[in-house]
Design a protein around this ligand. Structure first.
Ligand code: PLP
Length: 343
């Protein structure tokens, strides 16, 4: 039985073509700024995001954490959505690295109510930590790959500017937002001071993320990357895969979105599953098991039947689509779930 793995869009495997590009990559010592392939990737991403400069880093977590470090001082406060990756999955790194306090605000689809943001912004009082940074995640992972609306981003930007607060976009899947709406990554990025993007999620590179911002912020980011031990040497072999996926795989994202939608539509007919089809905007599907069903036990049951999915809550399951998941596998996966959920 061929296994189907829908746990994340990070489970892509480098193709032979990608491995060939990796083998032939021109390299140099990137800590000395001399790796031509890394330089090409950084220029390319800066261009795609409409920013002055960009920096290659090993992971999305490091990209987010450096972006926070660059724009805060110890004791500042950072507004984040309460299910954001930065708050939920980065092991309290902002408290350890930047020594800032996070101020989580709940939302339904990743868009914190503007009024809640406004009331969370601290006044000038010695009791309060200064609010210095606001982060948005686009698309939003834990809300099911939901796209952050551009008009909402504009409104938040206006509020942030009025209060001299910088904005960071965790754009691990900004490519998916762009594929879903047709709004360019640069148009989204224009409302943020720093943007992080990942090459190793749905795009399929084995490693790598990039921060884009002003030249000044990227110089500071370079120093933070050094502090965190993220400087790598002949890393053009990895950057080459990043360039490859930017050139070849962006166009596949719409197909992943169609598979996610198809999968969700198929689950909709099960009386044992609760799913809101309106939240399926990109490549992530989140659904709930009705009654007393336990997500972890269901995850195991699926595993025993050749399907890997991820329990992300007591009765909540996540399935993620990427370019190495076919339409047929999508249909098979939905059938497996519909059959097992009845038992
Ligand atoms: C929205 C979001 N941001 C950041 C990250 C962190 O990326 P990495 O696993 O490369 O550290 C992830 C990882 O899944 C993510 O989903």
């Amino acid at each position: 039985m061929n296994e189907i793995d829908l746990r994340s869009d990070t489970f892509t495997m480098p193709t032979m073509e990608m491995r060939q590009v990796i083998a032939e990559a021109e390299v140099g010592d990137d800590v000395f700024g001399e790796d031509p392939t890394v330089i090409r990737l950084q220029v390319k991403i800066a261009e795609l995001l409409g920013k002055e400069s960009a920096l290659f880093v090993p992971s999305g977590t490091m990209a987010n954490q450096i972006s926070i470090a660059v724009q805060t001082h110890p004791g500042d406060e950072v507004i984040v959505e309460s299910d954001a990756h930065i708050f939920y999955y980065e092991a309290a790194a902002p408290a350890i690295i930047s020594r800032v306090q996070l101020r989580p605000i709940p939302s339904s689809k990743g868009m914190m109510p503007v009024q809640s943001i406004e009331s969370a912004i601290r006044g000038n009082d010695v009791h309060f930590p200064p609010t210095k940074l606001l982060c948005l995640e686009n698309t939003h992972n834990r809300h099911g790959g939901t796209v952050i609306d551009i008009d909402y981003i504009k409104e938040v930007r206006t509020l942030a500017q009025k209060n001299k607060i910088s904005m960071h976009c965790d754009g691990a899947r900004l490519w998916n937002a762009s594929a879903a709406t047709g709004i360019t990554p640069a148009d989204y990025a224009g409302y943020f001071d720093t943007v992080s993007v990942c090459l190793s999620k749905g795009l399929g590179a084995p490693v790598g993320s990039v921060i884009a911002s002003t030249r000044e912020n990227i110089l500071s980011a370079l120093r933070w990357r050094k502090i965190l031990g993220g400087g790598m040497r002949q890393v053009g072999i990895i950057a080459a895969a990043g360039l490859f996926v930017i050139e070849n795989n962006l166009q596949n994202l719409k197909n992943d979105h169609a598979n996610a939608k198809l999968f969700a539509e198929k689950l909709l007919s099960s009386e044992f599953i609760e799913i809101d089809i309106n939240t399926i905007e990109t490549n992530i599907v989140i659904f709930k098991l009705k009654g007393n069903a336990n997500a972890l036990q269901f995850e195991k049951k699926c595993l025993n039947n050749g399907l890997k999915i991820l329990a992300i809550g007591p009765n909540t399951i996540r399935a993620v689509f990427h370019y190495q998941i076919t339409r047929q596998q999508t249909e098979e996966a939905a059938e497996i779930i519909k059959n097992l959920v009845k038992i």
